[in-house]
Design a protein. Structure first.
Length: 372
């Protein structure tokens, strides 16, 4: 039988967890800001630590504030340089697409459209005097009207404003994490009893190691996919192979859905580039098939070689385990859930190993997780 003190203790823990869960649910965006800022500060921490050890005079070292600012500036400059490297390639691609001769396309599609129109007339989907293109145009006009365009613009402006607020918030939080190395752990310890502080500090240290490995693995996967797809698209003879490969590699981060979206977009853009070059014939279909083949083969290499090699070894999680976790997370939270599934699962597993390994089922579940 449990005595009254233990009952009160367990009830208190249950209430605390319930309040914490409610706060996390209510202010999910704040939790995300803190977690993303923690990841950014983890990446920039070695730079900030290095700067703090540098002398600016005989007796003075670089202050934590200055070190944090310089680190964030260096990280933003690196990101801007990477973006600037690919912007001209995307602009060139847009220029090619904008030079498409629509009259040539309509002339090429005239016969197929007439055949489809005849079939639709026989099936009585459209009237005998109706023109297929006019019917489609009327439907599009009814969908895309002035109010929908205005709504789209206002939503876009609102989203852009939200993006800038989110970016500023994350950078602001990351600044303080870089300025004070132990600030994140102090925040975590607020929700843990004093007797468990030492174990939680150990668990957070292990989580940081695993998440660092995950981020490095993610970057390696993106690099690997970029190399594979850029080589494949260049062999196929695609104009602007690099921006298409970059797009595909970045979208590949979204499990299962990302590669499909990347393939469809690449085929559309690839065919549009050919049209922009004035090529309107059956070779367009072959070109689209070849682009799709490059992405499918690259995705196959990623699924059967890159991902098992990178994630299974770095995170010490079985490939089937990864698949099931992503599947469950996707069913609950869609694409966002699929993106955060592995990091969140890793955190849960590390904490379970640290605090609940005395239970046989937890010990069996986390046995293969060797923490250095």
């Amino acid at each position: 039988m449990l005595d009254n003190k233990k009952v009160v203790k367990y009830v208190g823990i249950a209430i605390s967890l319930a309040i914490l869960a409610l706060l996390v649910f209510k202010f999910t965006f704040v939790v995300w800001y803190v977690l993303i800022a923690a990841v950014i500060s983890s990446v920039g921490s070695p730079i900030a630590s290095f700067l703090r050890k540098r002398k600016i005079s005989k007796t003075k070292y670089v202050s934590p504030v200055l070190a944090a600012i310089i680190t964030l500036v260096l990280m933003m400059v690196a990101l801007i340089l990477i973006i600037m490297l690919f912007v001209p390639l995307f602009v060139r691609q847009v220029d090619i697409i904008s030079s498409i001769n629509t009259q040539n396309i309509m002339a090429y599609l005239d016969e197929p459209i007439n055949k489809v129109t005849d079939v639709l007339r026989r099936l009585k989907f459209i009237g005998t005097d109706d023109d297929l293109l006019k019917v489609i145009g009327n439907h599009l006009t009814s969908i895309i009207n002035a109010s929908s365009v205005t709504s789209f613009i206002s939503n876009a402006i609102s989203s852009l404003g939200g993006f800038f607020v989110s970016t500023f918030s994350i950078i602001f939080i990351a600044f303080f994490f870089l300025k004070e190395d132990d600030l994140f752990i102090k925040i975590v310890l607020l929700f843990v009893s004093e007797e468990n502080h030492e174990r939680m500090i150990t668990a957070v240290g292990h989580v940081e190691k695993f998440l660092s490995k995950y981020i490095i693995g993610l970057l390696l996967e993106i690099l690997g996919m970029f190399v594979l797809e850029s080589i494949g698209l260049s062999i196929v003879g695609v104009n602007g192979a690099l921006p298409l490969a970059l797009m595909g590699a970045c979208l590949n981060v979204i499990p299962y859905v990302g590669p499909l979206i990347g393939t469809i977009l690449a085929v559309i853009i690839g065919i549009a580039s050919k049209l922009g070059a004035g090529i309107v014939d059956n070779s367009l279909i072959i070109h689209g098939i070849l682009i799709a083949a490059v992405f499918i083969v690259s995705n196959w290499v990623d699924n059967f070689f890159l991902q098992p090699t990178i994630y299974s070894r770095s995170l010490q999680i079985h490939p089937l385990e990864i698949f099931l976790v992503i599947l469950v997370a996707g069913s609950f939270a869609g694409i966002l859930g699929m993106l955060i599934a592995i990091p969140a699962y890793t955190i849960i597993k590390v904490i379970a190993k640290e605090f609940f390994s005395q239970y046989e089922i937890i010990d069996e579940w986390t046995r293969n997780m060797k923490i250095e």
